[in-house]
Ligand binder design. Structure first.
Ligand SMILES: CC(C)(COP(=O)(O)OP(=O)(O)OC[C@H]1O[C@@H](n2cnc3c(N)ncnc32)[C@H](O)[C@@H]1OP(=O)(O)O)[C@@H](O)C(=O)NCCC(=O)NCCS
Length: 170
């Protein structure tokens, strides 16, 4: 078992595939975190697009089941691209982002994808640390990026996680 699969398995927050009906909650989270937030309509449209899907992390139903965070990704050929990941501010630092990303990597393994890509603003230390911890490495950069909380454009790092093929037992 990979170490990050242990992270996923240890989660007490169930991770569930996103439905289009999750778009309103997801946009509520996106709005407080990004200078250019995606509307619920945009998120619903994305979720209705071929090869785009997401995972959400709802609180335990005993606590109301509200969404704590979500991740959206798109697959093309044998690659996946993280479109966005967002954790509600009051839930940040509690392992939700790591669990969502571990779920993405487990999915990539199951689907036998070769790699997972993402872009992260170079000043976004928390996100970059999370990705590095999960085995992503910088493979390039892109100027004029402004997907973070600030309208200020910054350089983005392109990061890639190479998915290790699972060897079949003999
Ligand atoms: C980036 C984000 C998704 C991380 O989610 P999270 O649930 O807060 O992260 P976790 O609690 O799972 O932390 C996992 C790891 O990320 C890193 N990390 C998280 N917050 C950090 C911080 N404030 N500073 C430095 N590293 C941090 C650490 O390596 C941490 O591992 P550790 O707890 O063992 O040290 C979340 O902070 C977020 O939604 N940020 C705003 C939106 C955003 O920037 N999205 C990414 C765009 S590319």
């Amino acid at each position: 078992m990979k170490w990050w699969q242990g992270l996923w398995g240890a989660s007490d927050i169930a991770i569930a595939p996103m439905q289009r009906s999750d778009a309103v909650e997801a946009s509520d989270i996106h709005r407080v975190l990004f200078a250019r937030p995606w509307t619920d309509g945009e998120i619903a449209d994305l979720l209705g697009t071929a090869n785009v899907f997401g995972f959400a992390a709802p609180e335990a139903s005993a606590r109301g089941g509200a969404m704590t965070g979500f991740v959206l990704l798109r697959t093309a050929a044998d690659e996946a691209e993280i479109l966005t990941i967002a954790v509600r501010p009051e839930w940040q630092g509690h392992g939700v982002g790591a669990r969502l990303m571990a779920h993405v990597l487990a999915h990539a393994h199951r689907e036998r994808l070769a790699s997972v890509f993402l872009e992260v603003g170079e000043t976004n230390a928390a996100a970059a640390a999370l990705y590095r911890k999960l085995g992503f490495a910088v493979v390039g950069d892109r100027p004029e990026y402004y997907r973070g909380t600030s309208e200020t454009r910054t350089r983005a790092l392109v990061m890639r996680h190479d998915v290790t093929p699972v060897r079949k037992a003999r």
